[in-house]
Design a binder for this molecule. Structure first.
Ligand SMILES: [Zn+2]
Length: 116
């Protein structure tokens, strides 16, 4: 007979393993790094920074996860870092009112989703 704590730990471990498996499978299918071709320390890079998601993507339900992953590419840690630094160096673009509205709409929608 297992204690509640043991069952809880077992479940957490199972979820973690499942997440790792999903991650490995995705990187295997989408790697190596799009910039340098490395298989080391691959990370998800969102092609559209406007619709960034959290690292919790691997816990999402399958349809949501697949839709989000379709907007991503694999980059190694070094290239991802370099790309992020480049993006920060870009001059700030004029944000139209439409874009501002769109951005806050997306943020609200994201928050709602996070609370479900
Ligand atoms: Zn790279």
């Amino acid at each position: 007979m297992k204690t509640q704590e043991e069952i809880k730990a077992y479940k957490a471990d199972w979820i973690k393993k499942r997440r790792e498996k999903l991650k490995d499978a995705w990187f295997l299918a989408n790697g190596p790094c799009r910039i340098c071709g490395s298989w080391e320390d691959l990370e998800l890079d969102h092609l559209d920074p406007m619709s960034k998601f959290t690292h919790r993507i691997w816990s999402y339900s399958e349809p949501v996860r697949i839709a989000e992953l379709a907007k991503c590419q694999a980059l190694c840690h070094e290239c991802h870092k370099a790309k992020t630094i480049e993006a920060i160096k870009q001059p700030v673009r004029q944000v139209s009112d439409y874009n501002k509205r769109e951005r806050s709409y997306r943020a609200q929608r994201r928050q709602r989703r996070a609370h479900v």
